[in-house]
Design a protein around this ligand. Structure first.
Ligand SMILES: Cc1ncc(COP(=O)(O)O)c(C=O)c1O
Length: 479
């Protein structure tokens, strides 16, 4: 590496390596406008592992969150960071209007791996992550209409699309979480998202996100009626996660996506898939769209797809991918000061190379199958395990009080999120759903570790999951 100019390398390292006292940490907390967890993140373990450390704890904690589902290649994954470092040493910033070779390489790479009708498509990058990318997709949906006449965007129940002022309106509103309402609320319309395990029409089976044998896709009819009869005929686009993450790890049945595509194309409605969580290998395929195309044997690819999370190997990158027939934005419609930095794009190129060369999606599929099978076996011993949904390492375990009533067991999920630390594992749950009565439903525990885990680590996840479940159940049964 080149020599530094104003400060020596050891001065810089000293600044970054100096350890704060507990008092200094507490003092710093008083200056933060955003709440933080009780534990302080201390370190990643190794060079691409599912483990991390928190301050004051020597143990390696097994991470079932990949830190907001970002670290697909694991903690400390050094290759993308090396690429970023190498790129940054050459140059790290220029104006958005300049193309550089790293952005050029990445644009062509993404276009070449895009699923179905998106293959060979067009891309826009930003370094602001998910909300900004979804907003870019909505802007593209608007400007691509002939007379820009339709303004409404259909989103779905339990959706999560970000927390910017516009995207708060697309996300299912959570009264206890935000104390303000989004801008542009009049633009969003909310439709019903299929939820097979709690299907209002066929409340019988639906296990693993599969539809019931008696299913006649009533939820699709509902959508069709909504679009064709109830909505105000102003729908420009639908925005959806084909597999909902925050809403409870709920995959849409493939037939519903196929039907949605038919209805939308008949009514000239653009489809945007938000694949922030499912993109880049998590479902056992590069994209959830690939998974659906594979199992459904027909192309459900949307008109646009938005990607972020795992893309930059831990560095911030948002990608809007549109089908080849879209025209470009104007300069004013899509740009930002810092989004041209090639640093996360260099990291993304390396992430993609590793995913392909080392078959990371396939590994996610295998490890996901192992964990899902083991957790399903646990159902015999623990009837509080209601539904176990995948695919791949996009796993949600829905906890219930009684297999007959399927009453959500929120208390158990909340207890597990606290107690998991005692067992050396870190879980997170779904976003809260607040009923009109004020009751909170939050009964899904997610198992979404880095995609590089091996069999031994998959076993450790299952063992620690069971240990956490068992000790929480014992405690709850005592009270
Ligand atoms: C499906 C989905 N969409 C959008 C977002 C928003 O992304 P960001 O927090 O980067 O704005 C998230 C973040 O968790 C997400 O999971």
């Amino acid at each position: 590496m080149r020599n530094t100019k104003w400060l020596s390398k050891s001065e810089i390292k000293e600044m970054l390596d100096y350890t704060l006292s507990d008092e200094e940490i507490d003092e710093a907390k008083t200056h933060l406008l955003t709440p933080v967890f009780e534990r302080v993140f201390a370190d990643s373990v190794g060079t691409g592992t599912p483990y991390f450390k928190v301050r004051g704890d020597e143990r390696n904690i097994m991470d079932c969150t990949s830190q907001a589902w970002v670290l697909a290649l694991g903690h400390g994954a050094i290759d993308p960071i090396y690429a970023a470092f190498y790129q940054a040493e050459k140059f790290s910033h220029h104006q958005y209007g300049f193309l550089d070779e790293t952005r050029a390489k990445l644009a062509s790479k993404i276009a070449s791996i895009a699923p179905g009708k998106l293959l060979g498509g067009k891309v826009a990058f930003n370094n602001m992550g998910g909300s900004a990318t979804n907003e870019a997709a909505i802007r593209l949906a608007y400007v691509s209409q002939k007379r820009n006449q339709k303004q409404q965007i259909v989103v779905f129940s339990r959706a999560y699309h970000g927390s910017s002022l516009a995207m708060t309106g697309a996300t299912q509103y959570i009264r206890i979480a935000t104390r303000y309402r989004s801008f542009g609320l009049d633009r969003w319309e909310r439709a019903f998202f299929p939820y097979c395990y709690r299907c209002p029409w066929n409340y019988n089976n639906g296990l693993g996100g599969k539809k019931d044998k008696k299913c006649k896709l009533e939820c699709l009819n509902l959508f069709q009626n909504y679009v064709e009869e109830t909505s105000n005929q102003e729908v420009a686009a639908v925005l959806l996660e084909p597999m909902q993450g925050a809403g409870g790890q709920i995959p849409a049945p493939v037939e519903w996506l196929q039907g949605l595509k038919e209805i939308c194309s008949k009514n000239k409605i653009q489809i945007i898939f938000d694949e922030f969580q499912t993109g880049f290998g998590r479902t056992g395929h590069m994209f959830a769209t690939d998974y659906y195309n594979d199992i459904g044997k027909s192309d459900v690819a949307p008109d646009m797809m938005t990607l972020a999370k795992a893309a930059g190997g831990g560095l911030p990158l948002g990608i809007l991918l549109a089908s080849p027939d879209y025209k470009q934005f104007s300069e004013a419609e899509e740009h930002s000061t810092f989004s041209s930095t090639p640093v996360p794009m260099a990291a993304c190129l390396v992430v993609l190379e590793i995913m392909e060369k080392h078959k990371i999606p396939e590994n996610a599929r295998k490890m996901g199958n192992l964990i899902t099978k083991r957790v399903l076996e646990l159902k015999e011993t623990y009837p509080v395990i209601g539904d176990v949904r995948g695919p791949g390492l996009f796993i949600g375990v829905e906890l219930i009080k009684d297999p007959k009533t399927r009453e959500p067991y929120t208390e158990l999920a909340e207890a597990m999120k606290k107690d998991c630390w005692n067992h050396g594992i870190y879980f997170q749950g779904m976003m809260p759903i607040i009923k009109p009565s004020g009751e909170m439903v939050r009964n899904v525990i997610k198992i979404k570790p880095p995609l590089i885990i091996n069999e031994e680590e998959a076993d450790i996840i299952c063992e620690r999951f069971e240990a956490t479940l068992k000790s929480c159940l014992n405690d709850l049964n005592k009270n």
